[in-house]
Design a protein around this ligand. Structure first.
Ligand SMILES: *Cc1c(COP(=O)(O)O)cnc(C)c1O
Length: 401
């Protein structure tokens, strides 16, 4: 099979990766395989198959392997392991790379369940986690201890959207013999060249843009060649596997991801600019928007064509949570719910100060997180206008009372 990892542009790679190329005739897509037991014609064939790691359903099948190959080609990874959720991709990787007595530097902007795992299971195992300011950059060198094995990054963070200086952090990590593990869900496999920037393991909640239609949960661990063996071994010991049906959904999503991201990005920029013009909004947290926090590093490190549709907005201190609830409850098109990366728009109240060790005071004002979906952006902006009208009405009633 042709290796589409380098010679074509992103959208082309996503369309062709993990398929058999021009010589393949028959259905366009790989077969959907549902399998536990695999049968062999005789003992000699069974013996031969032991070497291939493909003798049982848990070792994957034609459908899951096609998805693994496509994801490797999309991001330029040496290997891919698929897990039942984004969170299990994170926990599996940390379990593989850390042992009792080790030290982990975790970004303070990390996804909350990642923190929960560090503060509970890793702690019980004797792994110490220190949370660092996501804006640390090269200064992170001062936090590295002789037993620091992993520096975990998440850029931008999915609630506060700080853009981290990954090359500076990776240089400090590698100089000290530590590895960089990234929760790259916001970036997606095509939004940045993670491995060229210095990331060693790039993790995705494939649940988001890869699946892309809010109908399956999945995680992907994309690793460089050096770390494949320990991660694969832990994956195997934990007994992880995904089903063919979910792999087929993810593969189907991946094919259109570049086209979808282009629309998410266009619409998100329009929504971000509209939000920034509302007097109640103190700050829009969308790094692709010129002037936004982190925009300069984002411009340096990310592919501007494939930004995603997730952003935050922080209100002025005089806006209360009740007013924000009125806004959210009064929209018709924005669903209220967790996760993101599907075709639909979402809106949530957020409170990052709850889960921060550094600069918690920066995040005490009411905030919202928006996922800008594939609806017509004019409809989305009218819907938000309706929400802001409700917020203003709520404020007027409060003043009158
Ligand atoms: C959603 C998400 C996860 C977890 O993914 P699941 O598939 O829901 O387990 C991890 N990291 C980030 C940044 C996420 O947004």
């Amino acid at each position: 099979m042709a290796d589409h990892s380098t010679e074509f542009q992103t959208a082309t790679r996503l369309t062709h990766a993990g398929r058999k190329g021009k010589r393949h005739h028959g259905p366009v897509n790989p077969p959907l395989v549902r399998a536990s037991t695999m049968l062999f014609p005789d003992c000699a064939s069974l013996q031969e198959a032991y070497g291939t790691r493909r003798v049982y359903g848990r070792h994957g099948n034609e459908t899951t392997h096609a998805l693994e190959q496509a994801l490797c080609a999309a991001e330029g990874a040496a290997a891919c392991l698929l897990t039942p959720s984004g969170l299990s991709a994170i926990t599996t990787t940390l379990l593989a790379l850390l042992k009792s007595g080790d030290h982990l530097l975790m970004t303070d902007s990390a996804y909350d369940p990642t923190r929960h795992f560090c503060d509970n299971m890793l702690k019980q195992m004797g792994v110490e986690t220190a949370y660092y300011d996501p804006l640390a950059g090269a200064d992170i060198a001062a936090l590295i201890k002789p037993n620091t094995k992993v520096i975990f990054v998440e850029s931008p963070g999915s609630l506060t959207f700080e853009v981290q200086d990954i090359p500076a952090i990776a240089a400090a990590a590698h100089a000290a013999g530590a590895v960089v593990v990234s929760d790259s869900t916001w970036a997606t496999p095509v939004g940045w060249k993670s491995f060229e920037l210095g990331v060693d393991v790039s993790i995705h909640a494939a649940t988001k843009y890869i699946v892309g239609h809010s109908d399956a949960l999945m995680g992907a661990i994309l690793t460089n060649a050096a770390l494949e063996a320990p991660i694969r071994d832990t994956y195997k010991q934990l007994g992880l596997a995904i089903g063919g049906d979910d792999a087929a959904l993810a593969l189907r999503g991946l094919r259109t991801m570049a086209a979808r991201l282009a629309v998410h990005r266009e619409s998100a920029m329009r929504v971000a600019e509209w939000l920034a013009a509302q007097p109640e909004v103190a700050e829009v947290l969308y790094p692709p928007m010129p002037g936004a926090q982190g925009h300069e590093i984002w411009k340096r490190d990310f592919d501007p064509k494939y930004a995603c549709g997730l952003m935050g907005a922080r209100f002025h201190d005089d806006i209360c949570r009740q007013q924000v609830a009125a806004l959210i409850d009064s929209t018709d098109l924005f669903g209220i719910g967790f996760s993101w990366g599907g075709y639909e728009s979402l809106l949530l109240p957020t409170d990052p100060s709850r889960v921060r060790n550094h600069r918690a005071a920066q995040w005490t004002a009411p905030m919202i997180r928006l996922h800008v979906g594939l609806e017509c952006v004019e409809d989305l902006i009218s819907d938000l206008q309706q929400g802001f009208d409700a917020l203003r009405e709520q404020a007027r009633l409060a003043r009158a009372a």
